[in-house]
Structures are given as structure tokens and as C-alpha cells.
Design a protein around this ligand. Structure first.
Ligand code: ADP
Ligand code: ASP
Ligand code: MG
Length: 420
């Protein structure tokens, strides 16, 4: 007997038929004698709709009150949790739904981007023992103890709820059921020749997720790494009766580096279209200029990612280029315009049709020249590189958005990741 967390994403619970399929998966594990906590997302499209309603309710451009945004968007998961509990009960499985405030799942008060502080795992374990009861937990949401208000964890946050619950009940595994049967070398919707990875190290998954592969929320991977939760990504579309309880189902295990025998140099490629580029032209080349630019952006809570600064040719002025999330592009430009006297620049140029492509692999630590190959391959395709950043196990390239697919496919072949 094992204790398991099963998480089902939006597409997997998109309608009542799919919820029934999910319930059969849960019953399969219960019948095998396991103690099960299920974490569910809102039905596909629901959260997007709720966010749109929040935006429509506002008449001005001001940001909405994040407390009320959370009150609205948390509702999607509540519906799915109740529906799955009803379905399980109808199949003869004891089940009870839980919202974030009921369990509770305590979080910080950073509304819309809250972090989990604590999950009451003891209550769930007691119910496994006393009532043989499956817990169906609404993902994505929690509660701030001090204010008693509902919080949410940021888009894709149900993954993080699932890993936090797994850590709290000391689950043997956290199964993430989704609409693909594992983590691939890149997004299989963009590169049909992408291959499923048997295993991937936490660190690499962290980079893949933070550079744009939305299959897992970044924070869920961080939590898994810290609490050593084994995360297994698998498909919810398999028929429960086709799964051999003693076999190894297809999927990808996120685990410690040491568990992976054969390490490739490059493990995967991620890309993010949600980037914008800003160039501050002809700033003085003197101490304090970078602080004058990035200080106000930090105060405005705008995340700066890639930064490129040239050494000035004339010893007087230079350009500074950097990227921000596309959603913050206008706000970033306004912030710089307000700080113009302090910074001192000629003009600001910007572009929002840019993509950041990142190549990731632990093997890069011990191999030189991995990025150089990419520069040549993209040059051969006449793809211009606007900015470059590197770290120990990845490098990222900023390119024109129109070349995204060509660049990802080119790099995917270049590093031998294509399925043969
Ligand atoms: P869920 O609703 O189950 O949480 P998501 O839509 O959040 O599912 O994440 C699954 C999607 O992530 C897949 O449909 C796929 O298009 C996308 N994806 C991006 N990169 C990858 C990758 N490297 N491997 C697998 N899926 C990926
Ligand atoms: N429903 C939320 C979202 O769409 C959380 C999740 O699906 O993980 O972002
Ligand atoms: Mg998701």
C-alpha cells in the first residue's frame, strides 16, 4: 500500500465524461489499496474566462484589486473538486472535496502570486485511516491566515498545490496527469519529432519550466526539489482498464541527477513568446547608469531578464538592451520615461514580437562549445540573434518572433534530439 497524490489539469477535467474518466483512474488506485489525495484544476478554459471577466469589469487601465481577482478566479477549482467528489461517491468510493480555506492550505498574502506556507496534511492522513476517504482538493488556491482571504498561486498553480500536498502527507509519488504523456525534449505541439524523456533531473526541469515549458509550474519543481517529492508526469487520456497495475506506465520521472544513468549534453529546448525587448539608446557610460535604469523598474515590480550593455566606442555613450515580460512592456516604458532626467538617454526603442529560445542540459557544465554550434546553425538559417545570456546549464537567445518554430526545430535537430 502506498500513499499517492494524483493531479489532473484543465483538459483532463474539461467535461463530465472526462471527470468520470478521472474518477475511474482514482478508483483504480483506491482498489489497488492506496491512500489517495487528488488535486484538480478548473475545467479547461474556465480560468481564462474568469480572468477576462475581471478585466471587463474594470473600466479604466488601472490594475484590479488582486484580492478580488483571487475571489473570482479561485472559483473554477471549487466546481471541479465538488463534481469529482460527487462522481467518486456515485462509483462507491468515499470522497470529500476540500477548498484551500477548509483544509487549510495556508499561503502568503501576495494575492495572485501567493506562495504556500503550510498544508494541513494531518487531517488528510486521519481521514485515510478512519474513513478510507479520498481527498479531492481544489488546486491553485489557498488562504492567508492573517486576513482569512482566499489567495491563488499564479497561472498553472495546481501543479504546485499537488506537490505541496504530496510533501505534507509524505506521499510516495506525485502523479501529474495531463494532456501529454510526459515531458518531451521540447513542446511536442511545435516539434512533432520531440521525444519523451524517461527521466529528467530537477535542475533541468526547473530551467525548462522557467524558460517557458508550461507542462509544470516552476514553483512545483522547486518544491519537489526541496522536499524530495518524486514527480511523475503522465497522460490522463489512457483508459484506466488498460493500465497494468504492476507495469511501468509511460511518463517522465522528475528526480535527482544521480538517478539518471546516461546524461545527454542537451536535454531539452524551451521557448517563450511572452518577452519584450527594450533598448535605452545613448546613455552616458559612467557609474550609476545601470542603477538609474534598473532601480525604478525593480520598484515597479517589473522583472528584468536578459541584459546586454556594450562597451562604448567613444568613451562617452553606450546602449543598454534588456527584456521584460511582454505584459509589462508599456509599464516599463512609462517607468523609464518618468526616470528620464535621472538616467539621461536619447531615446527608447522597443519590440514585443520577440521570442527567447533556451537550450538546457546538465552536460553543458563539462562540455565547451555547445552554444557556439547554435550560433552557426542559426546564422546558416539567416536568423538574427538580438541578445544572448548563459548560465551553468543553459543558454538563451532572443530572436524575432517570426522565426520561433524554425529556430526551435533547427536547434532540436542540431543537438540530436529528433525522434528517428
Ligand atoms: P494541464 O492543464 O494539465 O496543467 P498544461 O497545458 O498546463 O496542462 O501543460 C501541458 C502542455 O504543456 C502540453 O499540452 C504541451 O503543449 C505543453 N508543453 C510545453 N513544453 C512541453 C514539454 N517540453 N513537454 C511536454 N509538454 C510541453
Ligand atoms: N486553473 C489555473 C490556471 O488555469 C490553475 C491550473 O490549471 O493549474 O492557471
Ligand atoms: Mg498546467
Amino acid at each position: 500500500m502506498a500513499r499517492l497524490v494524483m493531479k489532473f489539469g484543465g483538459t483532463s477535467v474539461a467535461d463530465i465524461d472526462r471527470i468520470r474518466n478521472v474518477a475511474r483512474h482514482v478508483k483504480r488506485e483506491v482498489d489497488a489499496g492506496h491512500e489517495v489525495a487528488v488535486v484538480v484544476s478548473a475545467m479547461a478554459g474556465t480560468t481564462d474566462q474568469l480572468v477576462k471577466w475581471c478585466e471587463a469589469a474594470l473600466k479604466t487601465r488601472q490594475l484590479f484589486d488582486a484580492r478580488e481577482y483571487d475571489a473570482v478566479v479561485a472559483s473554477g477549482e471549487q466546481v471541479t473538486a465538488g463534481l469529482l467528489a460527487i462522481t467518486l461517491e456515485s462509483m462507491g468510493v468515499n470522497a470529500r472535496s476540500w477548498q484551500g480555506w477548509q483544509l487549510p492550505i495556508s499561503t502568503t498574502d501576495a494575492h495572485a502570486t501567493a506562495r504556500i506556507v503550510d498544508v494541513n496534511g494531518a487531517e488528510l492522513i486521519a481521514r485515510f485511516k478512519e474513513r478510507n476517504e479520498v481527498a479531492v482538493i481544489a488546486g491553485f488556491q489557498g488562504v492567508h491566515r492573517g486576513t482569512g482571504r482566499i489567495t491563488t498561486l499564479g497561472r498553472g498553480g495546481s501543479d504546485t498545490s499537488a506537490v505541496a500536498v504530496a510533501a505534507a502527507i509524505a506521499a510516495e509519488r506525485c502523479d501529474i496527469y495531463t494532456d501529454v504523456d510526459g515531458v518531451y525534449t521540447t513542446d511536442p505541439r511545435v516539434v512533432p519529432r520531440a521525444q519523451r524523456l524517461e527521466k529528467i533531473a530537477f535542475e533541468e526541469m526547473l530551467e525548462l519550466a522557467s524558460q517557458g515549458a508550461k507542462v509544470l509550474q516552476v514553483r512545483s519543481v522547486e518544491l519537489g526539489m526541496v522536499h524530495n517529492v518524486r514527480i511523475f508526469v503522465r497522460s490522463s487520456f489512457d483508459k484506466p482498464e488498460d493500465i497494468d497495475p504492476r507495469g511501468n506506465p509511460p511518463g517522465t520521472l522528475i528526480c535527482d541527477e544521480g538517478e539518471i544513468m546516461e546524461q545527454q549534453i542537451v536535454t531539452g529546448i524551451a521557448f517563450s513568446k511572452d518577452e519584450a525587448q527594450i533598448s535605452v539608446r545613448r546613455v552616458e557610460d559612467k557609474p550609476g547608469v545601470a542603477a538609474a535604469i534598473f532601480g525604478p523598474l525593480a520598484e515597479a515590480n517589473i522583472n528584468v531578464d536578459m541584459i546586454v550593455q556594450n562597451v562604448s566606442a567613444d568613451g562617452a555613450t553606450t546602449d543598454i538592451t534588456f527584456t521584460v515580460p511582454a505584459a509589462d512592456f508599456e509599464r516599463a516604458k512609462d517607468t523609464l520615461a518618468k526616470a528620464r532626467d535621472r538616467i539621461g538617454y536619447e531615446r527608447i526603442d522597443g519590440a514585443i514580437d520577440v521570442t527567447k529560445v533556451s537550450v538546457i542540459g546538465i552536460g553543458m557544465r563539462s562540455h565547451a562549445g555547445v552554444a557556439a554550434k547554435a550560433f552557426q546553425a542559426l546564422a546558416d538559417r539567416r536568423i538574427n540573434i538580438r541578445a544572448i545570456t548563459t548560465s551553468e546549464i543553459k543558454f538563451s537567445l532572443l530572436i524575432d518572433g517570426a522565426f520561433t518554430e524554425l529556430a526551435v526545430r533547427t536547434l532540436h535537430s542540431l543537438y540530436g534530439l529528433d525522434k528517428v
